[in-house]
Design a binder for this molecule. Structure first.
Ligand code: BGC
Length: 773
């Protein structure tokens, strides 16, 4: 764990330069706007340790799979978001000496991520080997007001000399992915142009033929006058530069502005890209950096107004939750149903920028509450658009008749993952997709989603489960063999309780959803029946039979659900008895040893009890929680949030807070020693859930919002803003009171500890102490 990020309510601050921390900071200070994003690499040359990262959402490359032993059904490619052109590059030579922080004495250094207004600022003073001292102030942002724009203002001042500056401003598309399977570069150059309006480099991805144009206008200002740059002869492929030599005067700064765009053939015809890029650059340059920054601040103000969380009495916690909200909003804005949320967003290469079950299981609740309804709807539509591919995917594994298996990892609907125990066996992801549809409708009340898209997805998923189970003559129940549950520390097990429970629920829910569509819109229902060739009588009979007779392992003596058939055969050791030297298991133990152990990577049975909480009483939850938590090592960042929410439900405030802390500052404090790979974006949504669903106890039941709050002892109060069915509410939790503010004209009824309270426009204060049972 590191502790170098200073705690401030709105800013992430790093003081002092430590090159060993640079890759971590490059992740933490990442910027993005849903359409594109970037790690916090330096603008000027840096020869030290760095992971260069510029990403354009949805633009991917199918990197040929590399496996030791090929298995039928493996995907041939892993589609990954590729490292794109670096638009902000500057090479700065002072009297011939390169400015490179890896070679300089850095005498002052500060990085600030201003989350309130959405920009990154870096200031430093550095002494070059020659003794020349310079001061630099660099500010940049990715506009969320216009997501085709990024902008940089770089100011350089000589502190102890006058001399010559040779400046090169460049776009470098000659980049590669560190995780490239065959050391291959993924881009080809299509064209380039350099003219007064800017420099434009168009690249095309190999195989997938996405075209991306990067356009940049560089403006240099000295003594309030624009300095002309000259276009350099093109020295290499995928690289464009312009340059100028100018005299620097002691203590007089120069300003370099770069206004950039990245446009892709996903949104424009390739032939239109150059003209469109020129228009975008022209309009942005006319507005200018400061005006663009004002728009950015205004757009972020709206985001914060829709979804801020305010914690009183704990600055580190305040900073952490804002950081998580900020990064989630930088990653996904919901404007484009073709995009999704990679577990690392735009902050690194790991997980390939692809879509995982994380979106449905963890991210949907955040976007449901803090963004307009279309945002989460778009996340669901994304999977609808991949339905055909999911049916093909299931077909490759031998399923038929419209059974759909969504991929474990995907960019375009095709499976990318290629470890058999996950690709073929971690099939619970199908259930999370169905659950997200249910969750969306429960929260929004928008059941029209079913007839338009949702029911077809559910039918495909239900058919898969029907074919995936088999009748056990021995158990006289349906069983599901050879699966991997969310706990990836056991593979190829039989009857994972979570997967079986989810499958049974999916079958029932699909029939229920069909009933809703049939009743509300018989015509649409007939369309879907025809399109999916649904044999209502026979298929429903099967689904009913299976859902009612699926085997759900349970141990009578312990009174707990069994994670899988053989779980109790394992030597039962508790995490508390593991020596510290054995943790994390995934780094200290062989895989073989992990698989045979009882240790659990992440919530599994408990994930199911969280999804379907109304089916279990508190005593049963408590037994399962105590049993499984004591065996869980939380080596997935997705684990603690579920535990935090359940601990809160069990009235165990201390433990709820403890689990919350494990994810809240996971990246800021580099808890797991892996922040340098990128941020844990999807687990950030889990942190949000820990506060709102855990401490706030927020649920939607029977179309009504309900809260069972408690205030962590360490805090004076906390407040969160949510949107619910067109109404915005601010909920503030104090020690004994819940204060609800809404602008809604309608009279609402809100459930607090199982008692309905009328809530009108303005402020309503409810003392909940008296309601506690
Ligand atoms: C977790 C998965 C998750 C993936 C991406 C893995 O470590 O076990 O549940 O989908 O990371 O976040």
């Amino acid at each position: 764990m590191k502790n170098y990020i200073q705690a401030q309510e709105w800013d992430i601050v790093e003081n002092g330069f430590d090159s060993h921390l640079n890759k971590i900071s490059e992740s933490i200070f990442s910027l993005g706007n849903g359409r594109m994003g970037q790690r916090a690499n330096f603008e000027e040359t840096y020869t030290g340790d760095t992971l260069q990262g510029n990403y354009v959402a949805g633009v991917y490359y199918p990197d040929k799979t590399r496996v030791g032993w090929w298995k039928n059904g493996y995907p041939e490619y892993f589609a990954k978001v590729l490292n794109a052109a670096d638009w902000m590059g500057l090479e700065l030579k002072l009297d011939g000496e390169l400015l490179d922080l890896n070679q300089c004495k850095v005498t002052a250094f500060q990085r600030v991520l201003n989350m309130q207004e959405g920009y990154l600022e870096r200031t430093f003073t550095a002494e070059l080997v020659s003794g020349k001292q310079v001061q630099v102030k660099a500010k940049r942002f990715f506009s969320i007001a216009n997501d085709e724009i990024a902008a940089l203002h770089y100011q350089l001042t000589p502190l102890n000399f006058s001399g010559k500056l040779d400046l090169i401003s460049f776009i470098d598309g000659d980049v590669k992915n560190q995780d490239s399977n065959y050391e291959e570069k993924f881009w080809d150059e299509v064209s380039s142009a350099q003219e007064a309006s800017g420099s434009y480099l168009t690249l095309r991805t190999k195989k997938t033929a996405f075209e991306v144009i990067t356009g940049v206008k560089t403006v240099v200002i000295k003594n309030d006058k624009t300095v002309q740059l000259s276009i350099d002869t093109k020295s290499r492929d995928k690289y464009l530069s312009e340059s100028v030599s100018l005299d620097l005067t002691l203590n007089e700064g120069i300003s370099i502005y770069k206004i950039a765009t990245n446009l892709s053939s996903q949104n424009y015809a390739p032939a239109d890209l150059p003209d469109r890029a020129k228009e975008v650059i022209k309009a942005a340059v006319e507005k200018g950096f400061e005006e663009l920054l004002k728009e950015q601040a205004a757009a972020w103000a709206t985001k914060w107004q829709e979804g801020d969380i305010i914690i009183e009495g704990d600055v580190a916690a305040q900073q952490a939750i804002r950081f998580n909200i900020f990064q989630l909003n930088q990653t996904y804005t919901g404007k484009d149903a073709r995009l999704n949320i990679g577990p690392k967003g735009f902050t690194g290469e790991k997980y390939g920028g692809s879509t995982y079950w994380d979106t449905e299981a963890y991210c949907i609740p955040f976007y449901l509450s803090t963004a307009p309804q279309e945002v989460s709807r778009n996340l669901l539509v994304y999977r609808y658009k991949h339905l055909e591919r999911a049916i093909e995917n299931a077909g490759k594994l031998g399923f038929n008749k419209g059974a759909a298996l969504y991929p474990m990892v995907t960019m375009n609907g095709e499976e990318c993952h290629n470890e058999w125990e996950i690709t073929f066996e971690e099939i619970h992801r199908n259930g999370a997709i169905a659950f997200a549809i249910f969750n969306y409708i429960r929260y929004t009340g928008d059941s029209s989603y079913l007839k338009e898209f949702g029911l077809e997805v559910l039918i495909g998923i239900a058919r898969f489960w029907k074919q995936r189970v088999n009748w056990s003559a021995d158990k006289k129940q349906y069983v599901m063999l050879g699966v991997t549950g969310p706990n990836e520390y056991e593979n190829n097990i039989n009857n994972n309780w979570y997967t079986n429970t989810l499958a049974a629920w999916c079958l029932k829910y699909t029939m229920e959803a069909a009933g809703i569509v049939k009743e509300n819109d018989p015509e649409q229902y007939q369309r879907i029946v025809a399109k999916t060739a649904l044999e209502e009588g026979a298929e429903f009979a099967d689904w009913k039979e299976i859902s009612e007779h699926i085997y759900l392992p349970y141990d009578e003596e312990l009174g707990v659900f069994l994670q899988q058939d053989g779980y109790l055969d394992k030597e039962q050791i508790l995490v508390k008895d593991l020596p510290a030297s054995a943790r994390p298991l995934n780094q200290k133990w062989s895989w073989d040893r992990i698989l045979r152990s009882c240790f659990i990577k992440q919530a599994d049975v408990l994930q199911g009890m969280y999804f379907f909480e109304d089916d279990y009483d508190l005593e049963s939850l408590r037994r399962n929680f105590d049993f499984y938590e004591s065996r869980t090592v939380h080596e997935s960042s997705l684990s603690p949030c579920v535990h935090s929410i359940l601990a809160a439900k069990l009235n165990d405030g201390d433990r709820a807070y403890e689990f919350y802390l494990r994810t809240a500052r996971l990246d800021l404090d580099d808890y797991n020693n892996d922040t340098e790979d990128g941020l844990h974006i999807t687990s950030m949504a889990g942190t949000w859930m820990s506060i709102v669903e855990g401490f706030g106890g927020m649920r939607v039941k029977n179309d009504t919002l309900s809260f069972n709050p408690f205030l962590p002892e360490q805090w004076k109060s906390f407040a969160f803003t949510i949107g619910f069915r067109g109404i915005q509410l601010n909920i503030k939790i104090k020690k004994d009171e819940i204060i609800i503010n809404t602008t809604s004209k309608e009279l609402l009824h809100i459930n607090i500890f199982n008692k309905l309270h009328p809530v009108q426009a303005g402020e309503t204060v409810i003392n909940y102490k008296g309601l506690l049972v």
